[in-house]
Design a binder for this molecule. Structure first.
Ligand code: SF4
Length: 361
C-alpha cells in the first residue's frame, strides 16, 4: 500500500524507561483477539500474573485492569514487563502501534504520530521548516475494506493541500492564517454539499492568490470587530469525558479568560505545526461524513484551546507547551466520545465558525 507520513516519522523512537510520561497509564487498552488467545495460553507464573491483570467489561471487551491509574504490568523503572519477558511481538496491536495511528483511504494509508506521546510531540515541535509529507510503499496488501467516493476524496485531498499551504504561509501572522483557513472551509463545505467539484479549481486558486487572500482577510477583520469570550470553549472542555486526573485539575485552576494575544508569537512555528498535525489527521475524515467544516472547526478548536491554556501558565517555555499539548491530546483526541461531542457542537452550531473567527481576532 502507499503509505503517506510526515517527513520526520522515520526518526521516531520510543523513549521507553526514559519517557517523562508513559502510554501505560490512564488508558484502558482493549486487547485484540489474537493477543488475548496468546495471553490465555501463556505458561508459568508470568502467565498467571498476566491473566490475573485482565478484566472484562460489560460489553465483553477484555483489557488490563488499571492499578493506581497504571497498567499493572508496568515495572517500577517504567518498562513494560510483557515486552521485557516475551519481546515486542507479544504486545497487543494497540500497544505495539502506539503512538502510530493509521487511516486507510482506498489504496492509500496515512500515518500520524499522536502528540499524546512526548517523543512524538518533541519531534513535531523540533521541525524548523514547514512540515512536508512523503510517500513510500509499505509492502502491505490493499485491504479493500474501505469504500470511497472518489470525486469527494480527490477533492478533499487537494483541498487539504491548500488548507496546509494557507497554514504554512509564513508571510502572515498565525491568527490571519487560521482565519483564512476558516473562511476557506466555509466555502469548501458549500461545494461539498452541492457536489460542485467543477468549481474546486476556482476555489483553490482564490485561496492561493495574494490579492484574493488580502480581500478575504479584510472580510475576516470586519467580522472580528466584536470579540468573543473563551468561556464556551472552557465549558465544553469541562463537560468532556476526562481520561486523566490532571486535565480537569488544570481546567479548574484556570478561568480561560480571553488573553490579549491568544498565540504567543515566540511559538509561531509550533502553532503552525499543531494546526497542520490536526488537519492531516482529521480533514479527510470528511470523505465519509462530508462534514469538512465541522472537522476544520474541531482542528482550530484544539489549537485555540491549547494556545489559551498555555497563555495561563506561569512558565511559558517550549517544554511547558509540549507537556500541555500532549496532555490535551491524551484527554481530548484519545476519546472518541470527546471527538464526537465536538463535531456535534459544531454541526449544531452551538459553537459556530464565527465564534472561532472572533477568538482569532
Ligand atoms: S508515550 Fe511515547 S515515548 Fe513514552 S513510552 Fe509511550 S510510545 Fe514510548
Amino acid at each position: 500500500m502507499k503509505l503517506y507520513e510526515p517527513c520526520f516519522a522515520a526518526q521516531f523512537h520510543c523513549l521507553a524507561g526514559a519517557c517523562p510520561d508513559t502510554c501505560c497509564k490512564d488508558w484502558e487498552i482493549i486487547l485484540d483477539e489474537k493477543t488475548l488467545a496468546r495471553y490465555r495460553a501463556l505458561p508459568g507464573v508470568f502467565g498467571d500474573e498476566v491473566r490475573n491483570a485482565l478484566t472484562t467489561d460489560a460489553e465483553g471487551d477484555t483489557m488490563f485492569r488499571l492499578t493506581d491509574g497504571h497498567c499493572p504490568l508496568l515495572s517500577s523503572d517504567g518498562l513494560c514487563r510483557v515486552q521485557l519477558s516475551l519481546g515486542e511481538e507479544a504486545l497487543c496491536d494497540t500497544c505495539r502501534a502506539h503512538p502510530r495511528f493509521y487511516e486507510e483511504y482506498g489504496a492509500a494509508k496515512e500515518l500520524t504520530l499522536s502528540i499524546s506521546c512526548p517523543a512524538a510531540i518533541d519531534l513535531l515541535f523540533a521541525q524548523e521548516t514547514p512540515i512536508k509529507f512523503v510517500c513510500r510503499e509499505d509492502g502491505a496488501p490493499v485491504s479493500g475494506c474501505n469504500d470511497l467516493d472518489p470525486d469527494r476524496y480527490f477533492a478533499l485531498r487537494r483541498a487539504r493541500d491548500t488548507a496546509i499551504s494557507i497554514t504554512q504561509n509564513r508571510a502572515l501572522p498565525i491568527s490571519d492564517r487560521l482565519s483564512l483557513l476558516l473562511l476557506f472551509s466555509v466555502r469548501l463545505q458549500k461545494l461539498i454539499d452541492t457536489e460542485a467539484y467543477g468549481r474546486l479549481d476556482g476555489l483553490l486558486a482564490r485561496f492561493s492568490d495574494k490579492q484574493a487572500l488580502q480581500r478575504a482577510l479584510a472580510r475576516a477583520k470586519r467580522m472580528q470587530s466584536k470579540p468573543s469570550a473563551f468561556f464556551p470553549c472552557w465549558m465544553l472542555l469541562n463537560n468532556m469525558e476526562h481520561l486523566t486526573q490532571e486535565f480537569p485539575r488544570m481546567l479548574d485552576s484556570q478561568s480561560m479568560q480571553r488573553p490579549q494575544h491568544v498565540f504567543d508569537p515566540a511559538f509561531d512555528a509550533q502553532w503552525e505545526h499543531l494546526t497542520v498535525y490536526f488537519l492531516w489527521r482529521y480533514f479527510l475524515k470528511a470523505n465519509v461524513d462530508r462534514r469538512v467544516l465541522s472537522q476544520t472547526e474541531s482542528c482550530l478548536f484544539h489549537v485555540l484551546c491549547i494556545a489559551a491554556l498555555f497563555s495561563c501558565q506561569d512558565v511559558r517555555d517550549l517544554q511547558t507547551l509540549s507537556t500541555l499539548a500532549s496532555l490535551y491530546s491524551k484527554e481530548v483526541e484519545h476519546s472518541d466520545e470527546n471527538l464526537r461531542l465536538l463535531l456535534r457542537v459544531f454541526d449544531r452550531k452551538t459553537l459556530s465558525w464565527k465564534t472561532l473567527l472572533s477568538l482569532l481576532g
